[in-house]
Design a protein around this ligand. Structure first.
Ligand SMILES: *Cc1c(COP(=O)(O)O)cnc(C)c1O
Length: 354
């Protein structure tokens, strides 16, 4: 078996890339499709549930899949500077690929709402970090305004079509592993690039005869940041799930098309439901994800309870990012309190039995 060489090498003939595009891989992709134990057992109807564990990408989120293609493109056009607005993971990913490719990286972050791990990553990789007041949507608008004035700067947000190209490879991997598409694909939705990319990937695989069916795409937003569910821009989005705290998604149209063309839908889950699923995944499945990544699981629990999932369905849920991204949230919900003792066996036995 040849060693994994990243998503461009694996799927080059299925990516819309110009000939001779340089590769700048960190060996992203090829993430595990982990079968569920506890979630499956806790729901009725003999469901077969799999987690696409995207937290195991090089920078800890699915963003790396699209970023490598965006950077291949940036290098092909000899860009020197890249720019993104980010709720954190896009910044971490862009900063890493920029470091590897020798580009300057500028990240625009919404003030005060970036998880600590993501900020640390962007800083460690040497990005110029600018914090902008107001929600993510302000940062997104300013990034677009800046590249309009300075077109030599490469915008690596998911409005960049090469990001979507790269991200669709997750649908290929799932299909290759299962031998077909699942019946349902659940995932959290923020800026809506990922649901757009998955649907593109599944459709292309079906057109190529690699899968015989298409999944229903089911996207979940946080209740306080659910513009697609409510059908309106949310000026001041609020949720503990900072990666999906977005009030005006860039890929809104693509997301609506993915849900309607696939026979899927959008729903919302409250912060309590998200944090419940976040803890359930860590404690019952052994999978530590960041809060936003638990939104798809919270969503499945909700709609399964409403009887909307036929018995025996095959379901894939994308777990978008790693739990270590947001250590403060983990500390808040799990309140780690080590039991302090001296180095004696008597004290140890007392501590674990007490
Ligand atoms: C970016 C991100 C999302 C949202 O993905 P979109 O493509 O913006 O809808 C969800 N979870 C995590 C961890 C993310 O980093």
């Amino acid at each position: 078996m040849r060693p994994w060489a990243g998503v461009i090498a694996a799927y080059r003939d299925r990516l819309a890339l110009p000939e001779g595009t340089p590769d700048c891989t960190l060996l992203e992709g090829n993430t595990p499709l982990v079968p569920s134990v506890a979630l499956q057992r806790s729901l009725p109807g003999n469901l077969a549930i799999f987690f696409k564990y995207e937290g195991l990408n090089p920078t800890g989120s699915f963003k790396d899949r699209g970023m490598v293609v965006a950077f291949a493109r940036a290098l092909a056009r000899k860009a020197r500077v890249c720019l993104c607005a980010s709720t954190g993971n896009t910044a971490a990913s862009a900063a890493a690929y920029a470091a590897r490719s020798g580009l300057r990286c500028i990240v625009l972050l919404p003030e005060g709402s970036i998880a600590r791990g993501k900020l640390a990553q962007a800083a460690m990789h040497g990005a110029t970090i600018v914090s902008i007041s107001g929600p993510f949507d302000n940062a997104m608008r300013m990034a677009q305004e800046l590249v309009r004035q300075r077109p030599e700067i490469e915008l690596v947000n998911s409005v960049n079509p090469f990001r979507i190209e790269g991200q669709k490879t997750a649908a290929f991997e799932i299909s290759d592993t299962l031998g077909d598409a699942p019946d349902f694909h659940f995932l959290p939705v923020g800026n809506a690039g990922n649901i757009t990319a998955y649907w593109k990937g599944y459709r292309e695989y079906a057109d190529a005869g690699r899968i015989a069916r298409l999944p229903r795409m089911v996207g979940f937003q946080a209740a306080g940041a659910a513009p697609i569910v409510e059908g309106r821009v949310i000026p001041d989005p609020q949720t503990v799930a900072s990666a999906i705290r977005i009030g005006n998604p860039a890929s809104w149209k693509g997301a609506l098309a993915a849900a309607s063309d696939s026979g899927g839908w959008f729903g919302s889950v409250t912060d309590d439901e998200i944090l419940d699923a976040y803890q359930f995944l860590a404690r019952e499945e052994g999978l530590f994800v960041e809060p936003a990544s638990a939104a798809g699981v919270a969503g499945l629990r909700k709609v399964a309870a409403q009887g909307r999932i036929p018995p025996g369905s095959h379901i894939v849920i994308t777990l978008t990012g790693h739990g270590l991204k947001d250590p403060d949230m983990a500390a808040r919900v799990a309140a780690p309190k080590p039991i302090s003792i001296g180095p004696t066996l008597a004290e140890l036995v007392h501590a674990i039995e007490g």
